[in-house]
Ligand binder design. Structure first.
Ligand SMILES: NC(=O)c1ccc[n+]([C@@H]2O[C@H](COP(=O)([O-])OP(=O)(O)OC[C@H]3O[C@@H](n4cnc5c(N)ncnc54)[C@H](O)[C@@H]3O)[C@@H](O)[C@H]2O)c1
Length: 357
C-alpha cells in the first residue's frame, strides 16, 4: 500500500493507494463505520456485494447518485443516521463515483456538525478529481452543486481495480481531468501520457496506477496551497470556461462534463495559439494527444453563439472581462482577461466550424 498525507489548514487527509478490492474491504470492517454506496457498484462488483450483504444494517444504498444528490435524499440519509444513533464517534464511508462521494461528503459535513469521513472513489473522475480537495455538495432545483461546503475527508482510499467495470465514455470523462492536470503541470507529465497512450486505452493497471497517483498529487499540491481558490487553484479551471459554455448550451440533453472540458481544453489551446502565447509545436502536440482517445462527441451540440453568451455570463468574470485560463507552455498556465469579446466570439465560430468539418 502506498500512502500520502494531504495536509491543509483545515485537517490532514490520509490518501492510500491499494492494490485490490479485498484490501479495500479490509479497511472498512469496523462496526462504527456506516457505508454509503452507489447501487451500481454493489451490482457490478461481487466481492463488494457479498461484503455489503453481511453489513446490510449499516449500508445506505443510493441508486442513480447524480439524480439523487439532492435535499430529499439527504433527508432520508439524516433519518437513517438518526435511527441508528450515529454520533461523532462514527464514520461515514462513501463508495462510488463523484456524485456519491459529493453526497456522502455533504452528509458527513452537516450531520451533527461533522462526522469522520472516508472516501473510496470508484470512477476515474472521482479518483483524480472529486475526492481530492474537500468540496462537497448536493444539487438544488436545477442547479448543480448549489448547496455544499468545504469538508476535508479523513481518508481517501484509491484502488484502480474498480475501474475495470467502468463504461468507456465514463472512463474518458475522468481521463479529461488527467490530461488537464498534465497540461498545466509539465512537459514530463504530458510525455508520460503520450508514451503510454495504448496502455491507457487498454486500462493497463500499472500505468493506470501511475497516472492516477500523478494526477492526484498534482491536484492535491495545488489545493493544499490554495484551499479556497484564491490563486493557483484557478488553473484547475483550464478548459472549464469554454467547457461550461458548452455544457450550459447542452442542458436539454446533458453531456459528460469531461467531454465538454476536453473540447474546452482544445479551444483554450487553440486560443492560446491564436494569441501567440503557445507555440505551434506544443499546441499541435496537445491536440494530437487528445485525438488519441476515442471521446464520443456525437451527441454534443456546439452552438457558437450560445457558448459565447454563456461564457460572457460566467460567474467568475469581473469588470465585464471574460476570464480564461490559457497556456504558454506545458506547465505554464496563465490567467487571461479577455477584453475583446468580438475576437473571442469570432474564434469560437471558427473553432466550431473546423471541429465539425
Ligand atoms: N467535489 C469535487 O471537487 C468534484 C469535482 C468534480 C466532479 N464532482 C462531482 O462528481 C460527479 C461526477 O462524478 P462521476 O463522473 O464519478 O459521476 P457518477 O458518480 O454519477 O458516476 C458515473 C457513473 O459511473 C458509475 N460508476 C461509478 N463507479 C463505477 C465502477 N467502478 N464501475 C461501474 N460503474 C461505476 C455510477 O454508477 C454512474 O452511473 C458530479 O456530481 C460532479 O459534480 C465533484
Amino acid at each position: 500500500m502506498n500512502q500520502i498525507e494531504i495536509k491543509s489548514s483545515k485537517k490532514t487527509t490520509n490518501l492510500s493507494f491499494v492494490d485490490n478490492i479485498d484490501a479495500v474491504l479490509s479497511l472498512i470492517s469496523q462496526s462504527n463505520q456506516i457505508i454509503f454506496v452507489d447501487k451500481t457498484l454493489k451490482a457490478s462488483t461481487k466481492a463488494l456485494s457479498d461484503f455489503l450483504d453481511e453489513r446490510i444494517e449499516d449500508v445506505f444504498l443510493v441508486h442513480r447518485a447524480e439524480e439523487n444528490k439532492n435535499l430529499s435524499k439527504a433527508e432520508e440519509a439524516y433519518k437513517f443516521l438518526t435511527e441508528k444513533n450515529i454520533n461523532r464517534d462514527h464514520e461515514i464511508v462513501a463508495i462510488g463515483g463523484g456524485a456519491l462521494t459529493d453526497f456522502a461528503g455533504f452528509i458527513a459535513a452537516t450531520f451533527k456538525r461533522g462526522i469522520r469521513l472516508t472516501l473510496i472513489p470508484t470512477s476515474l473522475l472521482a479518483q483524480v478529481d472529486a475526492s481530492i480537495g474537500g468540496k462537497t455538495a448536493i444539487n438544488f432545483g436545477n442547479v448543480k452543486n448549489l448547496v455544499g461546503s468545504f469538508y476535508v475527508p479523513n481518508n481517501v482510499v484509491i484502488c484502480s481495480s474498480f475501474l475495470k467495470t467502468l463504461d468507456q465514455q465514463e472512463y474518458l470523462n475522468g481521463l479529461a481531468e488527467v490530461i488537464k492536470h498534465a497540461f498545466i503541470t509539465s512537459d514530463e507529465e504530458v510525455d508520460f501520457i503520450f508514451n503510454n497512450i495504448d496502455k491507457i486505452n487498454k486500462r493497463d493497471e500499472a500505468v493506470l496506477n501511475e497516472i492516477i497517483k500523478k494526477s492526484v498529487k498534482i491536484k492535491a499540491d495545488i489545493v493544499v496551497n490554495d484551499f479556497e481558490e484564491k490563486g493557483r487553484r484557478k488553473f484547475l479551471n483550464f478548459g472549464h470556461t469554454f467547457g461550461h459554455g458548452i455544457e450550459s448550451s447542452n442542458l436539454v440533453c446533458p453531456i459528460f462534463h469531461g467531454h465538454a472540458v476536453i473540447i474546452g481544453i482544445m479551444m483554450a489551446i487553440k486560443y492560446s495559439m491564436h494569441k501567440k502565447l503557445l507555440s505551434e509545436k506544443k499546441g499541435l502536440k496537445a491536440m494530437d494527444l487528445i485525438s488519441s482517445f476515442d471521446f464520443d462527441f456525437s451527441e454534443i451540440k456546439l452552438n457558437p453563439n450560445e457558448i459565447f453568451q454563456f461564457m460572457k455570463s460566467d460567474k467568475k468574470n469581473y469588470n465585464s472581462l471574460i476570464n480564461l485560463v490559457l497556456l504558454k507552455g506545458f506547465g505554464e498556465p496563465m490567467l487571461y482577461e479577455e477584453g475583446n469579446p468580438r475576437e473571442l466570439q469570432n474564434f469560437i465560430g471558427d473553432f466550431v466550424e473546423e471541429f465539425r468539418s
